[in-house]
Design a protein around this ligand. Structure first.
Ligand code: FES
Length: 113
């Protein structure tokens, strides 16, 4: 079993729910986890079209209405549940999801197998 597939603890669920989004590093890859309108999802922090990180400000990933994940550079919008780009230069493309689970009040993530 590769170390890349081990579960990693990211944060407490309450902290995620309070802040909405938390950035972390998984095996050297910048990632983030979100809690938005009752949904939790985790993605690699990399836009599918330029390969750059989505946010400028730490932990800021949402559009003004807090409905979508937004690329701070281009305003592209991604659905929070699947990471699909619905507006912007990478429309039709999608963010790379991570697997996540909850254990003892904490959020754990790992790279998909
Ligand atoms: S880097 Fe792709 S939409 Fe901004």
């Amino acid at each position: 079993m590769g170390a890349g597939h081990a579960w990693q603890r990211v944060c407490r669920v309450d902290d995620l729910q309070r802040s909405g989004a938390i950035e972390f590093n998984l095996d050297g890859t910048a990632c983030f986890v979100i809690s938005l309108n009752g949904l939790i999802a985790a993605y690699v922090n990399r836009c599918p079209h330029l390969g750059i990180e989505l946010n400028w400000m730490p932990g800021r990933f949402f559009d003004l209405e807090r409905t979508f994940i937004q690329c701070a550079t281009h305003g592209a919008l991604f659905t929070p549940d699947r990471g699909t780009c619905i507006a912007g230069p990478c429309q039709g493309d999608a963010l790379s999801p991570l697997e996540w689970t909850l254990a003892d009040g904490a959020v754990l993530v790992r790279m998909p197998v």
